[in-house]
Design a protein around this ligand. Structure first.
Ligand code: BTN
Length: 229
């Protein structure tokens, strides 16, 4: 494991020389990256920001399940460390009472074999005035008095466990994701990468991990939960 007092982005650092089964942790990121080319900003000392480099050992057609599986692992880790009630919003946002507490940025890099860089950002000790956007929250705001080390110590083994499960039985992990994903059954707005907006009811997750909304099947996008259908 490498621990950096400051890094641009742990995903960026991990990608410079990706080594399977390594962890890159930053006490603070100066250029944290989010999904869909967004930034991920947190004040120093408040968030757990790290990247795990793994060889998931998956067939290419199962790689799209990896971001979903990681969401289940982070949810498990947060429940264990902080005792909070966490929901998963497709594809891999973790919500507490509808507000985002953690996000995941998964990137595939080619080393001697394809490796996944799993970047995880968890809002641990942010106060309301620290929140980068009003739709975010933190474990502290949710009433959990827990430090970043305890969260890290719960999330890393949960990640190991889900990767083992995904390797041996991807369909079972997908089934678990379907039963836990809070997006299913909701009316949603999906902001697609090309700028289009799709509105409809999320009816399921297909076998490639894509979200089904009405007649459309979505592989990437930013989902807003409007209300229960
Ligand atoms: C998102 O929800 O948009 C994903 C956020 C991912 C943030 C984490 S923090 C650690 C790792 N390094 C980064 O630059 N991003 C991820």
């Amino acid at each position: 494991m490498s621990l950096h007092p400051e890094a641009t982005s742990t995903n960026e650092l991990a990608a410079l020389d990706p080594v399977a089964d390594s962890l890159v942790v930053a006490d603070h990121q100066t250029a944290g990256r989010g999904r869909l080319d967004r930034t991920w900003e947190t004040p120093p000392g408040t968030a757990l920001t790290f990247s795990a480099v793994v060889d998931p050992g998956l067939a290419d057609h199962d790689w799209p399940l990896l971001p979903l599986a990681v969401a289940l692992a982070v949810a498990d880790g947060l429940r264990t460390a902080a005792g909070v009630s966490v929901a998963v919003k497709w594809p891999n946002d973790l919500l507490i009472e509808g507000a985002k507490v953690a996000g995941i940025l998964l990137e595939r890099v080619q080393a001697d074999r394809p490796l996944a860089i799993i970047g995880i950002g968890i809002n641990v000790g942010l106060d309301v005035e620290d929140l980068p956007v009003p739709t975010a929250t933190s474990l502290r705001i949710a009433g959990a008095d827990v430090d970043r080390t305890a969260v890290f110590a719960a999330v890393v083994p949960a990640l190991g466990a889900i990767l083992t499960a995904l390797r041996s039985e991807p369909s079972a992990v997908l089934e678990r994701y379907r039963s836990e994903c809070d997006t299913i059954g909701r009316e949603v707005e999906v902001h697609l990468p090309d700028g289009e907006l799709l509105v409809g009811t999320a009816s399921g997750i297909d076998r490639h991990g894509r979200l089904v909304v009405g007649e459309s099947t979505i592989g990437a996008g930013d989902v807003v939960h409007v209300r229960p259908a």
